[in-house]
Design a protein around this ligand. Structure first.
Ligand code: ZN
Length: 238
């Protein structure tokens, strides 16, 4: 069965606005409203993430979860199962909804040109093949050029792409591509280590096995010394 592809995040420059979402048109309009003095706020334009909603149909999801449980031979009238279809639908909706954030960047005024690395960022995602979680840590680094990113935002970027049906290889690449595209650093490196419940609990039952994926771009890919430094630092985290 074909899986619906999650939409790609989109970006828009909104002068002086708070983070907004297309889900809330009131906020969106307010963000463009002039101030009381009749002038638009004079602030540096910021980028804001607009999370395209996945078009989740909760009542329908609830119905098909009930159907699935029934098809799996479960007794839907059992007390503990009565509200399960609603709970499951709501859980998946939550797990598949990205969290909007403001990816604040700053001018690299000091000309910092060493590796910036956030190690062991905890993350989870849902395997696109089995709808089971995979859970682990991400090491995300970049060699700054003109802009640097708020440190907590590296974790936000991982979360942004993790909250959708994923395969680990794609998740790794998407985080790296995002940083390359929006920060334009000299280099980017992303390493993910995760345990896949579809491997641990079923199939080969490889409990504790961790899958490691990496994506390196720019100087971290081309310069052996920088590449070595990046992978040494990520290994120290595990
Ligand atoms: Zn799987």
């Amino acid at each position: 069965m074909a899986c619906r592809q999650a939409p790609q995040p989109s970006w828009q420059a909104v002068p002086g606005a708070a983070p907004i979402s297309r889900k809330d048109p009131k906020v969106s309009r307010a963000a463009h409203r002039p101030t009381r003095e009749g002038r638009p706020p004079v602030t540096r334009p910021q980028l804001h993430l607009l999370d395209d909603h996945l078009g989740i149909d909760l009542p329908r999801a609830e119905r098909v979860v009930a159907e699935l449980l029934d098809a799996l031979g479960q007794d839907l009238s059992a007390e503990h199962l009565l509200d399960t279809p609603r709970r499951v639908a709501a859980s998946y909706a939550e797990l598949l909804t990205p969290v909007a954030f403001t990816p604040t960047t700053f001018a690299n005024e000091e000309g910092y040109d060493e590796l910036v690395l956030a190690r062991a960022i905890p993350f989870w995602s849902l395997c696109q093949h089995h709808l089971l979680p995979f859970v682990g840590v991400a090491h995300v680094g970049y060699l700054p050029a003109g802009r640097i990113l708020g440190l907590s935002k590296l974790a936000r970027v991982v979360e942004l792409f993790a909250r959708r049906l994923q395969v680990q290889e794609r998740l790794t690449t998407q985080v790296a591509d995002w940083l390359q595209e929006h920060l334009e650093p000299k280099g980017v490196g992303v390493v993910l280590e995760a345990e896949h419940l579809c491997m641990s609990l079923r199939g080969v039952r490889a409990t504790g096995a961790r899958t490691v994926t990496s994506a390196v771009q720019g100087v971290l890919r081309e310069d052996p010394r920088s590449r070595q430094e990046f992978f040494t630092l990520t290994r120290m985290a595990s």
